[in-house]
Design a binder for this molecule. Structure first.
Ligand SMILES: [Zn+2]
Length: 545
């Protein structure tokens, strides 16, 4: 039998060869999966609790880039999704923050806010108008003369919108009233299949059940008991250990929005993705379609409980089942080997710093309110510096004017010097860097200074950047439970990248690669143009030839 099957393979290979190059027969469907806040070591740590059809199938039958990184800061959701799908960096695609500070309005602007559009299914005004480079969806639309269908699904609005971009067909996201919605940027009314999906009220029915561990508790890789001081509750004032009575918790102010912090936020995302496949007929003809799915619950829960929690492992064991379910449906609907899939994450995350501190690791917090006050006090003492700091968060500082007029180059330099003097007194701060255009302090070690530059866009970023030391995060009013991401250190930059399906040569790649390499690699399989600002390189090892 073995001989026969290899003979069949040989004959197939020969006949495909006779039809021309592989890229002339592109996959019928490309599936891009983003797990929000996933570290590669979750695959190692949870491996023995995974089933055969999810992560293990992707690793065993696909290609695994084991040392793939983001090359910019801040490593957060908006910039992450934009960078994955443009194959680029914030300096070029323009999504430098989830909420960036705007000097003119003296307020923050959400990365997918657009007051010129209206919500479809909700009153949220959202669009990709702040994204300044093409995505994989844009290039598939171009390659297929707009006949390919390109659809994004996510819990978070920014995750679906920035995965698809400006000229793709649709981005749908979860509205806390329990339904999936979109923007007039893409369409004027929801398609019938979305209305039917929403009418099932799945979020409501999932929240009727309690959340208990899927496996016997001794099978989890816990280094801490389920109840510990490093975790935050699912809802304010609640408890942070099993079981969670979701029916009661969702009866409070959280409402149906509670689902995003539970494994069923991921279930709902798979449900919606499968509804999109059926409703739009994705992958059913020879024209390449794109489906993007961002699993957002891993981030919502991850912030609250951190990487060592039993709850988080339970969520990943259930996500593994979701992936298996998705793959089975793709096999049925599109065909085994007829689609190309990748999975990555928009950023990693650090352990709860207080936990690391208690282990006597080098870790801790920078209290942003205190730091800002200290800088303001020092600025006030100078007659040639900014009057004050307008905004300070996540590595960015924006200065005010000096006595009513904008800062000249000397006043800017003096203001930056003062920030450097104040912040470098705190061990939590590794370095202070001026904006690249005001490069009077030379940058510091290359990995981090490159990351700051790659994440910086003159029109949208601050006057001076500061970088915290590994292990440190900005504290939220002294809270030492829960955790955060955004740094240029490995715990936030290092993410898994898995390729699977048509055109993919299975195996492991252990050399250092970049998340920006994913899309250029896919364009070689699809046979379409590179996105405008793509900076990655093709990972040649994973291309089947
Ligand atoms: Zn997050």
């Amino acid at each position: 039998m073995k001989y026969t099957s290899s003979l069949v393979t040989l004959l197939c290979a020969t006949s495909i060869h006779a039809q021309g190059p592989k890229w002339a027969t592109p996959p019928k469907l490309v599936v891009g999966i983003v797990v929000d806040q996933m570290r590669p070591d979750y695959i190692y740590r949870y491996w023995d609790n995974f089933g055969d059809g999810g992560f293990k199938r992707l690793v065993n039958q696909g290609a695994f880039l084991r040392d793939a990184h983001y090359t910019y800061v801040p490593t957060i959701t908006g910039p992450g999704h934009a960078s994955i799908f443009t194959g680029s960096i914030p300096a070029f695609h323009g999504i430098v923050e989830n909420y960036r500070y705007d000097r003119t309005s003296r307020s923050t602007i959400y990365c997918v806010l657009d007051t010129t559009v209206h919500g479809v299914g909700s009153d949220m005004r959202r669009s990709p108008s702040q994204l300044l480079a093409t995505t994989l969806a844009d290039e598939i639309e171009r390659r297929t003369d707009r006949k390919g269908k390109t659809i994004g699904i996510a819990l978070k609005d920014r995750s679906s919108i920035l995965s698809i971009g400006r000229t793709g067909d649709a981005a749908y996201w979860f509205n806390s009233n329990g339904s999936f919605v979109t923007s007039s940027w893409y369409m004027d009314s929801l398609p019938a299949w979305v209305k039917q999906f929403n009418a099932q009220q799945l979020a409501d029915s999932y929240l009727k059940h309690p959340w208990e561990p899927l496996l016997p508790i001794e099978r989890y890789h816990q280094v801490l008991p389920d109840e510990n001081p490093y975790e935050q509750p699912l809802v304010p004032g609640g408890k942070a250990f099993f079981p969670y009575n979701l029916a009661v918790l969702s009866g409070g102010p959280a409402g149906l929005g509670l689902i995003v912090s539970t494994p069923w936020g991921n279930t709902l995302s798979t449900d919606m993705a499968l509804a999109a496949m059926a409703g739009e007929g994705l992958g059913t003809d020879a024209i390449t379609d794109l489906l993007t799915i961002s699993y957002g619950s891993t981030d919502e829960l991850g912030h609250k409980v951190g990487p060592r929690a039993v709850e988080l492992e339970d969520m990943y064991i259930r996500l593994d089942q979701e992936l298996a379910r998705l793959l089975v449906e793709l096999d049925k609907g599109v065909g085994v080997g007829k689609y190309t899939l990748f999975l990555t994450a928009d950023h990693g995350v650090i352990d709860v710093p207080q936990y690391l501190k208690d282990l006597r690791g080098s870790a801790g917090y920078l209290d942003i309110a205190d730091a800002r006050e200290a800088i303001n006090t020092a600025l006030a003492k100078s007659s040639t510096a900014a009057d004050s700091v307008l905004y300070m968060r996540r590595g960015e500082i924006f200065f005010s004017e000096h006595q009513g007029s904008s800062l000249n180059v000397y006043e800017l330099a003096e203001s930056i010097r003062i920030v450097n003097d104040v912040l470098s007194q705190d061990l939590a701060v590794a370095m202070v860097m001026p904006s690249p255009l005001n490069d009077i302090f030379s940058g510091g070690p290359s990995m981090i200074s490159d990351a700051v530059r790659n994440g910086h866009m003159a029109q949208r970023s601050g006057d001076v950047q500061y970088v915290l030391r590994p292990g440190f995060i900005e504290s939220r009013s002294g809270d030492t439970s829960g955790t955060e991401h955004s740094a240029g250190w490995n715990y936030d930059t290092h993410v898994p990248v898995l390729f699977f399906g048509q055109g993919i040569a299975p195996g492991e790649v252990v050399r250092r690669t970049a998340v920006a390499d994913i899309v250029p690699t896919l364009t070689m399989i699809i046979g379409c143009a590179l996105p405008d600002a793509s900076v990655g390189e093709v990972v040649h090892e994973v291309i089947a030839r």
